[in-house]
Structure formats: structure tokens, C-alpha cells
Write a protein that binds this ligand. Structure first.
Ligand code: PTJ
Length: 254
């Protein structure tokens, strides 16, 4: 990994790039993953590279939904495995939920490498190597799912996912939680709850929220979800971008 000084103003962003590039070299991340990261970075820049209030609100609702779930499952792709492998393992342990490797550009080698990485970091349940069912309405490889994991889940976390799969999971009657920096993406608009934040901040935020809220009563968790409005969260996120751009403009002129 290239030495990046902590004092560099773009430190976090440069470290994330290194992780994605290393993921490609290790055969964990697809080359298309480099492009996806670039797209995410652009939106992160517009959002001010921080967790906004709507993202924090969505994170709290997502933690409540995951704690209330009977069969939660967490999806992992090549970018997620490169950026937050330990975080996904910690989250799965905090929620007692399986991790399931599911790839857009599926190869059995990459699935196996990601599963081994997660197991090496202490994951208790990693699925995806032997899918035994399909999500209706998707083409063959992306549709693959596992009973006891995503296929049977009532709540699924899908970080950095494509819109088709999000829509197909919703069509199965599942509650879907997305992490996506683009508030305009189809994934963001189709999901039940969308956390508009960088996964490197969103996953630690979800772990803290799940741990802090784990002793709350079912009634308290339900009341957090009762007033939740995902369209309003997306609107507020776009508003955050607008405000951030206005603030930059004033600063540059000042
Ligand atoms: O490993 P695979 O084969 O499953 O492929 C994974 C990628 C991510 C390459 C694949 O699913 C893909 O092409 O995704 P997209 O369609 O580029 O969508 C990724 C979404 O995630 C976009 O809306 C990005 O803005 C968003 N995104 C990218 N990086 C981040 C992100 N959101 C949060 N945090 C990021 N670091």
C-alpha cells in the first residue's frame, strides 16, 4: 500500500482507494469496482465527506429494523469486502445475522476468496458459495441466493447494490436496507431504508447504533420505525448537497 500521510486533507478517500486497488490485486474486487468507487467518491465530495443528519437518522432506523428482524441477512460484494470486511463481520456478530457473498460480476474464485477473507476475520456464518435458490426476476448469476440467508431473510442489508437486485428483493416482500452515496440511484429510491453515506462511515455507525439500541424494547424500536419516511430522507440528502455546494461557493468568493 502506498504510504499516505495522515495529515493529507484527502486521507480517508486515498486510503479507501488503496483498499479497492488492493482488493482488485488480491482477486476480491472486480475491475468495475474501481469505477463504482469513483462514482461513490464524487457523491461523497458533494455531500462534504461527512455523515449528514439524514444519514444518521436512516442509520438509527436501519438498526431498529435489523434488531426487530426475525431472519436478517447481510449481503457482501467485492467493494464491500475490500473496504469494510472487519466491520461487516462485527455487524453480523452484533446482529447474529449471516453474511452472504453475492456478486454482480460473479466468479466462483472471487466468491471463495471473499468468503475465506470473512471467515479469517472471525465470521461465524458465511453463505454464498453454494446457492440453492434464485431471486425471481433477475438474470442467472445475480439471482443466486441461499436458503437460510438472503433467500429466506425478512430484512436484507445491501451495501453498494444495483437497482435491479434491490427491486427484485423488495418484490419478494423483503424489507431492504441500502447503503449508497447516490441519493438519486434506483437502489436508493427502491430500498425501504437508504443510508446515504460512505460505507466506511456507515458500517461503523450501524454497529454502534445496533449495540446501543440492543437493549431497547420491541415497542421502542417499532416507534423509531413508525415515523420513518425514506423519500423524505432522500430529499433531505439532496438538500444537504445543495447546502454544501452553496457554502463552498460563498467560501470561495469570501
Ligand atoms: O463485486 P461485484 O461483482 O458484486 O460488483 C460490485 C459493484 C459495486 C462493482 C457493482 O455492484 C456495481 O457496478 O455497482 P454500481 O452500479 O456502480 O453501483 C454502486 C453504487 O454504490 C453507486 O450508486 C455508487 O454511488 C455507490 N457507492 C460506490 N462506492 C461507495 C458507494 N456507496 C457508499 N460507499 C461507497 N464507498
Amino acid at each position: 500500500m502506498t504510504e499516505i500521510p495522515v495529515s493529507h486533507p484527502r486521507y480517508a478517500s486515498l486510503v479507501a482507494r488503496e483498499h479497492i486497488a488492493d482488493g482488485v490485486k488480491a482477486g476480491i474486487t472486480s475491475t468495475q469496482g474501481l469505477i463504482a468507487q469513483g462514482r461513490g467518491e464524487a457523491f461523497d465530495y458533494l455531500l462534504g465527506e461527512r455523515t449528514t443528519q439524514p444519514a444518521a437518522d436512516a442509520t438509527k432506523a436501519a438498526a431498529a429494523m435489523l434488531l426487530l428482524a426475525e431472519r436478517p441477512a447481510l449481503s457482501v460484494n467485492g467493494n464491500v469486502a475490500a473496504l469494510v470486511p472487519g466491520g461487516m463481520v462485527d455487524l453480523s456478530i452484533a446482529l447474529d445475522a449471516p453474511l452472504e457473498v453475492n456478486l454482480f460480476h460473479r466468479t466462483e474464485e472471487r466468491i471463495g476468496r471473499i468468503a475465506d477473507l470473512l471467515r479469517g476475520l472471525g465470521a461465524k456464518s458465511v453463505l454464498g458459495e453454494n446457492p440453492d435458490s434464485v431471486v425471481p426476476g433477475l438474470d442467472h448469476s445475480r439471482a443466486r441466493a441461499t436458503r437460510g440467508g438472503i433467500y429466506d431473510a425478512d430484512v436484507v442489508l445491501i451495501p453498494l447494490e444495483d437497482g435491479d437486485r434491490c427491486e427484485a428483493l423488495v418484490a419478494m416482500g423483503k424489507k431492504v436496507i441500502a447503503i449508497d452515496l447516490n441519493p438519486l440511484s434506483r437502489t436508493a429510491r427502491m430500498a425501504t431504508i437508504t443510508i446515504i453515506d460512505n460505507i466506511v462511515r456507515a458500517v461503523p455507525g450501524l454497529i454502534s447504533a445496533a449495540r446501543e439500541m440492543s437493549n431497547q424494547s420491541t415497542g421502542d424500536l417499532c416507534s423509531i420505525l413508525k415515523g420513518y419516511d425514506n423519500t423524505a430522507i432522500l430529499r433531505r440528502s439532496v438538500e444537504e448537497i445543495r447546502r454544501n455546494l452553496d457554502a463552498q461557493f460563498v467560501q470561495d468568493r469570501g
